[in-house]
Design a protein around this ligand. Sequence first.
Ligand code: GDP
Length: 266
Amino acid sequence: VLPILLHQFVYRRVTPTALPTFLLVGPSGAGKTALLTLTERKTVAPTHTSTSPLTIETLLPDGFTPSSSQFRSPGDPAYERARRFLLVDTPGHGKLRHFATAQLVNPTHVRGIVFVVDAASIAEEAGLTEAAEYLHDVLLALQKRYTGARTSKGPKEIPVLIAANKLDLFTALPPHLVGRALEKAVSEVRKSRAKGLKDSGVGMGMGGEDDGVDEEREWLGEGGEGNFEFRHMEEVGTGVVVKGGNVLGGEGTDVQAWYEWIAEQL
Ligand code: GDP
């Protein structure tokens, strides 16, 4: 018992920031850093391309109630504590994405993932494909984490918010179409990844017989011919919702729906 207590004591001491953590992931240029900056400074500042993860400790803004404190009032210490969280901006650039996936391997305090996409670039094939590939990999990492968990209870659920950003642009797709386009494109990624695995011979046993084990592990969502749908992720502890907004824009900022989603997870 003593070593355990000691461990907890030391652990708490050296990690005062064991706060609920939300990861910002998504393609480069989607608006992750703009959202982080807005959350930190309550104002928008020009951003530069991010090359390393950046963490801020912040408070849920006034007017949003952490779901764990629904029956408490602002000013109550427990209420105020529940408003605190960490926001981690991860680089969206392809070569730097291992930062984000590394976080997913051991996401002890990860309470949710905010996958930011540029709703205007989703309307174009290149932008859609890039976002879908990244989203596929994030969802597959979450699925593996869930199915690979040793405890019978399974790990804590990690929900995903797809933040359809830049709705101020007139070329932006509305959020429900962003969701549908991504589901379709993720289905394509899933298909081509499976084909790649088959061609490379992964899943073939020593004797050359196909044991199929690895292929199944690498398949996102339900098997079969149908399209991938976000609701498939519920079975592996990941609810996926799409909500629109814009960090910048002539009409001002609209990030209400995203903060509401964060409040629901706190
Ligand atoms: P990141 O690579 O995901 O961190 O993206 P950034 O936060 O650096 O944003 C990329 C570009 O998109 C920047 O020029 C931002 O000013 C711009 N941007 C971010 N959010 C919005 C938005 O809601 N609307 C518009 N029109 N531009 C935005």
